[in-house]
Design a protein around this ligand. Structure first.
Ligand code: ZN
Length: 324
């Protein structure tokens, strides 16, 4: 960027903004030229069978040849255009036994990126389990899923979302460890420069594990009678409200408020543990994601990106369009 014609104030402001941005991201905002990578597997397009990511028709005969993204053409073109950053196909939530079939192509693509001065982040889907294929690898997959207050699996996209994609329960330690393992593979054998978590959403879960964890959180609140009216909170229930109602109401119910805080802490702790794991594998790895923040202070966090995680985690804003 040429600055010789810019007024000193504008230059100072630009530098100040860049310095501020640098507090939140581990990339140089002035030299980074990000572009949207092809992050979907062929299996995803075919399974959807309809228009989906990028406006691509999943049933189109040309999908497979169009997805020959692991050749050298794209990184070479990026270098020619001055682009130096992308996220790339790596893990879509189908289980590694299915997804590893693409891995040789993924590794080749990352090598090609580096050859042309392009940094590559591994796309890791945060909010999807594909039980139709993952069950073969994870027979206990039902225990990894998030449950709505009617006892149904929470689906990607809500109640009318994709029936073949379940949202994970954020208190499921097995899912967390599996996600960490995906990050390890990406940063070691995959050769990636960092991780891009897509769809960092928190759908309210009503499984027994979450109920127990919420009661454990409540048990640590001092003088509960002053806040909740009751001394004994051992049998409190997870608030059962349709999320569409919560968007338009003031949340003064103390249990709803406690539930919101607990869920913020849950997401915060999870993201920090993921970040710490990623950094333990590769100290200079970039950690980014596609979150949806709180709409207003009184709204329980349907989707959250806690500030303490944001301080040490970069959010790739352009990835906000990649909800798929
Ligand atoms: Zn749960």
């Amino acid at each position: 960027m040429k600055t010789m014609n810019m007024k000193p104030f504008a230059v100072a402001l630009l530098v100040s903004c860049a310095a501020q941005a640098a507090q939140f991201v581990e990339i140089d905002p002035l030299t980074t030229r990000w572009t949207f990578g092809a992050h979907e597997p062929y299996t995803m397009y075919r399974r959807v069978g309809n228009h989906c990511t990028g406006g691509i028709d999943g049933n189109a005969q040309w999908v497979k040849p169009w997805l020959d993204w692991w050749d050298e053409h794209a990184p070479e073109k990026m270098e020619e255009l001055g682009l130096n950053f992308l996220h790339s196909r790596f893990y879509k939530g189908m289980g590694w036994e299915v997804e590893k079939k693409d891995f040789p192509g993924v590794q080749k693509f990352v090598r090609n990126c580096h050859k042309h001065g392009v940094k590559a982040l591994a796309y890791v889907q945060f909010c999807t389990l594909y039980p139709e294929v993952m069950r073969a690898e994870i027979p206990d997959i039902d225990n990894w899923a998030s449950i709505d207050f009617m006892g149904r699996k929470n689906l990607y996209g809500g109640y009318n979302g994709q029936y073949f994609r379940w949202a994970p329960c954020l208190t499921c330690k097995e899912w967390e460890e599996y996600t960490k393992r995906m990050c390890t593979i990406a940063l070691t054998d995959g050769g990636f420069d960092g991780i891009m978590f897509d769809n960092v959403f928190d759908m309210p879960c009503y499984c027994d594990r979450c109920q127990k964890a919420f009661r454990a959180y409540l048990s640590k609140i001092k003088n509960p009678a002053e806040r909740f009216g009751f001394d004994d909170l051992r049998y409190m229930l997870l608030p059962r409200l349709d999320m569409s109602r919560l968007r338009d109401m003031d949340v003064k119910d103390p249990v709803l408020q406690a539930w919101a805080l607990w869920r913020c802490g849950l997401m915060n702790g999870l993201l920090m543990r993921l970040r710490e794991h990623i950094k333990s594998v590769k100290a200079d790895a970039i950690v980014s994601g596609n979150p949806t923040a709180l709409a207003r202070a009184s709204l329980p966090p349907r989707r959250t990106w806690p500030s303490s995680a944001r301080r040490s985690t970069s959010s790739s804003c352009s990835a906000r369009t990649s909800r798929s």
